[in-house]
Design a binder for this molecule. Structure first.
Ligand code: GUN
Length: 296
């Protein structure tokens, strides 16, 4: 029997509705949530992502601004901009779009964002808090994957989750999140990566497989157990002569074949992507309320 398709757009809509209701309450209390996005250069992918983020924000009542800086911006100049946003109470969330040009150290810039405004959840402080099980702003894609699992009836508690990919943006924080002794956690987590000898030997033993490899259609049907849950974090553009643009989006999972075997699967597009965007709004709300762990 083909897999159930997990509808990321529907789950993201639920979350946006919840966030919007809370934003309305904050507004009534005189707090006007604001998100500042910094974009360096004009990488077309980044320009489009940032446009999406600010449009999502405006749609649910979060004020937003995009600060565009030229490709030749120095690290010092960027740190100055980030410092200004950290100090400005108008902006509850501050996000620096990645990647940054080669003259700028991403880790230095990420660490310069005030942890309370770090709606990307990428600062060492928030990542450390996440791993320690302390209140944190959690990075959007891992948090989105967790919400997608919970809200589609696939609670990871007690399950074996195999994550393919060890990036700072997805694999590592997702492992930290799903292993916590907390609602949405309690999973047994294995991480596979480019140094893993036989990834299939691990993924075939998984109840839940998360593909965050960055390689198109790398997870094939022989790598998953019948009935397992497959979450595809990949976004890859591959040539397709039948499309007007000459390309189409695919994930890290060979969707057509794996969907014949898995119990449930996320599509690309329309799976994890909408959740990543929704969790940025949720994080901006949390930051505007005074941070994670704060009392209403
Ligand atoms: N570029 C690709 N993904 C992300 C993300 O989650 N946050 C930021 N800031 N930049 C990105």
């Amino acid at each position: 029997m083909p897999a159930t398709i997990i509808d990321g757009n529907a789950v993201a809509q639920q979350i946006r509705d919840e966030v919007r209701r809370e934003i309305d309450v904050l507004r009534a209390r005189g707090i006007d949530p604001g998100l500042a996005v910094v974009l360096v250069g004009d990488n077309p992918g980044s320009v489009s992502y940032v446009r999406g983020k600010t449009r999502d924000a405006e749609e649910i009542g979060i004020r937003s601004t995009t600060i565009r800086l030229p490709e030749r911006t120095t690290q010092e100049e960027l740190l100055h901009v980030v410092g200004g946003l950290n100090a400005d109470p108008k902006w509850h969330g501050v996000l620096v779009q990645l990647p940054l040009p080669p003259q700028i150290s991403e880790s230095t810039v990420i660490a310069a964002v005030s942890p309370g405004k770090d709606v990307d959840g990428l600062t060492p402080v928030n990542v450390g808090r996440l791993f320690r099980g302390e209140p944190a702003l959690i990075s959007c894609t891992p948090h989105g994957v967790q919400e997608l699992l919970m809200r589609s009836g696939n609670d990871p508690a007690g399950k074996h989750v195999v994550i393919c990919g060890r990036s700072n943006l997805v694999g590592k924080p997702l492992a930290g999140l799903l292993m916590q002794k907390a609602p949405g956690g309690n999973a047994t987590v294995t991480i596979c990566h480019t140094g893993t000898r036989d990834i299939g030997a691990f993924t075939r033993r998984a109840d839940i497989v998360v593909a965050a490899i960055g390689r198109p259609q790398a997870v094939t049907a022989d790598m998953v157990r019948a009935g397992s849950v497959v979450i595809d974090v990949g976004v890859n553009r591959i040539p397709d002569a039948t499309k007007k643009s000459g390309a189409r989006l695919v994930g890290d999972v060979d969707f057509d074949a794996v969907a014949q075997k898995a119990g449930a699967i996320t599509p690309v597009p329309g799976g994890v992507g909408p959740l990543t965007r929704a969790m940025l709004l949720a994080n901006t709300l949390i930051a505007a309320k005074g941070g994670p762990g704060s009392v209403d």
